[in-house]
Design a protein around this ligand. Structure first.
Ligand code: PEP
Length: 262
C-alpha cells in the first residue's frame, strides 16, 4: 500500500481572465468531483485575486487551496507582494515555490530558500518545484535537480518534513505534451528520495511526498502513479478543463482504492 495520500494540485497559472470565469471553473470541478472522496488531497491553485471567492465556494474544503507563490516578508513596504499570513487568512493550505515559470522570470535558488523558510516556519505545506530544462546523455540533469533541492532545503528542520512536498517538473515536459515516461519519473523520484535520505535520514525522508508535473493528462495519470510511483501530480493545462482535471483526481482515488484492496 502507498505510504502517502496522493496529492493532486491544479495550477491555474494566469487563468481564467475574470472572477466570473474562475467561479464557473471551480464550481464545475467541485460538482463533478462530488462529495464522497477523502482518499486523496485534491487542491486548486487559483491566481491571488480569486482565492477568497473560491474558498467561499468550497466550505467543506473537499477541494483545498494552494497559492502559486509567496513573498518571504510578512509585512512592510513591499508594493505588489503577497505574504504568507495573508494567504493563510484566506484559507490557503499549500504554497508552491520555485515554479519554473517564476525561475524563468528571475527567481533564484536564494529566493526559493527564503520562501521555503517562511512557509514552513508558519506551519504551512510547501510545494518545492524542481526540474531540469533539458535532458542530456550524461545525466547532468540529476545534478541540476540536486542543486535546486539542496538549496531549497538548507536549514529545513526534520520536524518540518511532514509539510514538505517536492514537485519534480522537468521543464521540457511543462505545457509541451511531452510527458516524462513513468520510468523516467520513477528514476527521478528515487533520486530525490536518496537526496532526502542523505540529508535527513531514511525514516524522516519518507515523510516527504514527491509528486510529478509536466503534461499530466487523464490518459497518463494511472501509469505515472502505478509504474512511476509518484505521490501525486502538479497539473497545469488539464486543470483548466473540469472533465479532464476531475478524471485525473478520480484516477488517483481509484489508485488508492486498488492499492488498499491488494
Ligand atoms: C505546471 O504548470 O506546473 C504544469 C505541469 O503544466 P502542464 O500540466 O500544462 O504541463
Amino acid at each position: 500500500m502507498k505510504a502517502h495520500k496522493p496529492l493532486v494540485i491544479g495550477n491555474w497559472k494566469l487563468n481564467p481572465a475574470t472572477l466570473g470565469k474562475a467561479r464557473k471553473l471551480f464550481t464545475e470541478i467541485r460538482d463533478r468531483y462530488g462529495r464522497r472522496k477523502s482518499a486523496i488531497n485534491a487542491v486548486v491553485a487559483p491566481p491571488f485575486p480569486f482565492i477568497s471567492e473560491i474558498e467561499r465556494l468550497s466550505p467543506s474544503r473537499r477541494i483545498e487551496l494552494a497559492a502559486q507563490d509567496v513573498f518571504f516578508e510578512s509585512t512592510g513596504a513591499y508594493t505588489g507582494e503577497v505574504s504568507l499570513p495573508m494567504l493563510k487568512s484566506v484559507g490557503v493550505s499549500y504554497v508552491m515555490v520555485g515554479h519554473s515559470e517564476r525561475r524563468a522570470r528571475g527567481e533564484t535558488d536564494e529566493d526559493v530558500y527564503r520562501d521555503v523558510q517562511v512557509v514552513l516556519k508558519n506551519k504551512t505545506q510547501v510545494v518545492i518545484c524542481v526540474g531540469e530544462k533539458a535532458r542530456d546523455d550524461h545525466g547532468n540533469y540529476f545534478g541540476v535537480v540536486e542543486a535546486q533541492l539542496r538549496a531549497a532545503l538548507r536549514d529545513v528542520k526534520k520536524t518540518w518534513l511532514p509539510n514538505v512536498i517536492i514537485a519534480y517538473e522537468p521543464i521540457w515536459a511543462i505545457g509541451t505534451g511531452n510527458t516524462a515516461t513513468p520510468e523516467d519519473a520513477r528514476e527521478m523520484k528515487l533520486f530525490i528520495a536518496k537526496i532526502l535520505t542523505d540529508r535527513f535520514g531514511r525514516k524522516e525522508a519518507k515523510k516527504v511526498r514527491i509528486i510529478y508535473g509536466g503534461s499530466v493528462k487523464k490518459g497518463n495519470a494511472a501509469a505515472l502513479l502505478e509504474t512511476g510511483e509518484v505521490d501525486g501530480f502538479l497539473v497545469g493545462g488539464a486543470s483548466l478543463r473540469p472533465a479532464d482535471f476531475v478524471s485525473i483526481l478520480n484516477t488517483a482515488v481509484e489508485y488508492v482504492k486498488n492499492s488498499q484492496a491488494t
